[in-house]
Design a protein around this ligand. Structure first.
Ligand code: AMP
Length: 485
């Protein structure tokens, strides 16, 4: 059974089981299956043999799930887009992916209620299943194509390793559906007849309501970025008493600090904590390790673990030659979970992807070393960072800043505290300086930038300079700029 057939299986044997809870909305497996079928028929009627992607715009509404499955059942890839994105960025994504249409949650609600009969398409394993857009260094987002085969490889590994109990788990969904961490909770839950419990933006911004919702959630498997768990740990009541059924905390997407893992193990003595690693280009996660007391005692920086079966992780030098253990180099991932590439960008695809011994391989840009057979993540070769779990190319923010009328040049620097990026600072050269105060200027630039970029990519601080410090070989000296902030 492929992942869609598994979901329909639960709809057949347990139609009343709740598939998704988001705020006060719920969706059963029966409804999910029936309504995604109706949407698939609509898309097939409307677009015939055209297999162009379908954009899906929303936040955590149950209609998002209906749209993803309905689009997949019609044989087309879906492109999840969060309502957090400003309209011009949405337009860019639609243009790059050549989407046939953009479906909003409201439209899905209507279209999926149509009473029609029709045959759905056969899902091809090597056809694109979803396309996820991430930050691109030149200011254009890039769309990672994931096939059904990639997704199946990832999900089979997760189910084998974690042994989720069928029809008994409640999975936390914290990541927006436009971020690939959500693929882990969404499909692990749906494939095992579980319930996906989404915390939406309003809840995340209102801690009191968030903790109340969590206490009523019955969450058994917690999947989030480490940043989100750290935020929850600030609340002293965030313990086993609040989440008595929690048995697993699965983390991916950014560095898991040993303190976070240790604190969770202390507060949830019956739960396991796992650290997982991987880029969107290799379908959510490629390595994993259970972090227990022995790992915490042995290592001051946590390993990200071992590769999933069937997939290889190589640590290589600049000439792509494999390095021995304990030596630091770039991470290459090769296996069935690696994406065919970026949609509409053969140039970017050729730079990062290649074939290795008959397998698709991806140069991650991550640095790491093997020690005791375990992989240890050690940063990036480029200007890509993680801020509260979000992947940001500093060049993306810079390119968008440079497009503003008053800006001649801009360099964006992460503000680091305790080895973690806390916010962004923009160092800006203006075309002409008038009487406006720095405060007003910063406010104006930030407002203009917010029409182009989502809030999480906006610099908190703006510094206006006459020139940038330069290194000996004529590049902007980012280290000096960071020191001067
Ligand atoms: P994304 O494509 O948004 O999932 O981001 C992928 C990037 O996040 C990777 O290339 C790493 O730089 C970083 N990352 C993912 N998982 C981890 C982890 N467990 N520890 C440290 N960094 C991670």
């Amino acid at each position: 059974m492929n992942v869609i057939e598994r979901i329909d299986h639960w709809a057949a044997v347990a139609p009343e089981t709740i598939a998704h809870i988001s705020g006060d909305q719920t969706l059963t497996y029966g409804e999910l299956s029936k309504r995604s079928d109706a949407l698939a028929v609509y898309l097939t009627e409307r677009f015939g043999d055209d297999r162009s992607p379908i954009g899906v715009l929303g936040h955590r509404e149950p209609e998002m799930l209906i749209a993803f499955l309905g689009t997949a059942k019609s044989g087309r890839p879906y492109v999840p887009i969060d309502t957090l994105l400003p309209r011009p960025r949405v337009e860019k994504i639609l243009a790059i992916s050549r989407a046939a249409m953009l479906l909003s949650a409201e439209e899905v609600a209507q279209l999926s209620r149509r009473k029609i009969r029709g045959r759905r398409k056969f899902l091809e394993r090597n056809a694109p299943f979803y396309i996820l857009f991430t930050s691109g260094s030149t200011g254009e987002p890039k769309g990672v194509i994931i096939t059904l085969a990639c997704l199946e490889h990832f999900i089979s590994w997760m189910l084998a390793e974690q042994q989720f109990a069928e029809r008994a788990e409640v999975f936390l969904n914290q990541a927006p559906f436009s971020f690939d961490l959500s693929v882990m909770d969404l499909y692990c839950s749906l494939a095992t007849g579980g319930t996906l419990f989404s915390v939406n933006r309003d809840l995340i911004e209102n801690p009191k309501q968030l903790y109340r919702a969590l206490a009523n959630s019955g969450v058994t498997t917690w999947i989030s970025t480490p940043s989100f768990a750290r935020m929850c740990l600030v609340e002293q009541k965030f313990t086993e008493a609040m989440l008595p059924r929690a048995r697993r905390f699965l983390f991916c997407g950014e560095t898991l600090a040993p303190q976070t893992a240790a604190e969770l193990l202390g507060r949830f003595p019956r739960a396991q904590v796992w650290n997982m690693y991987g880029p969107t280009e290799a379908t959510v996660a490629t390595t994993s390790i259970r972090v227990d007391d022995s790992i915490l005692q042995k290592y001051s920086a946590l390993p990200v673990g071992r590769a999933m079966p069937g997939t290889q992780i190589l640590v290589v030098d600049q000439n792509c030659h494999e390095l021995p253990a304990n030596e630091r180099g770039g991470i290459i991932i090769a296996g069935p979970n690696v994406s065919p590439g970026y949609i509409g960008r053969p140039d970017l695809t050729a730079r990062a992807f290649f074939e290795r011994r008959g397998q698709r391989a991806y140069k991650t840009g991550d640095l790491a070393r093997f020690r005791d057979g375990l992989l240890f993540f050690e940063g990036r070769v480029d200007e890509q960072i993680k801020l509260s779990g979000y992947r940001i190319e500093l060049g993306d923010v810079e390119a968008n800043l440079r497009m503003l009328p008053a800006v001649r040049d801009a360099v964006v620097i992460p503000v680091i505290k305790n080895d973690t990026a806390q916010s962004l600072a923009a160092c800006v050269l203006l075309d002409a300086r008038n009487e406006t105060s720095d405060f007003e200027l910063a406010h104006s630039l930030r407002t203009q930038l917010s029409d182009r970029l989502p809030t999480y990519m906006l610099p908190r601080k703006f510094v206006f300079l006459d020139m940038f410090p330069m290194t000996a070989n004529g590049k902007v000296d980012r280290t000096a700029l960071a020191r001067s902030l």
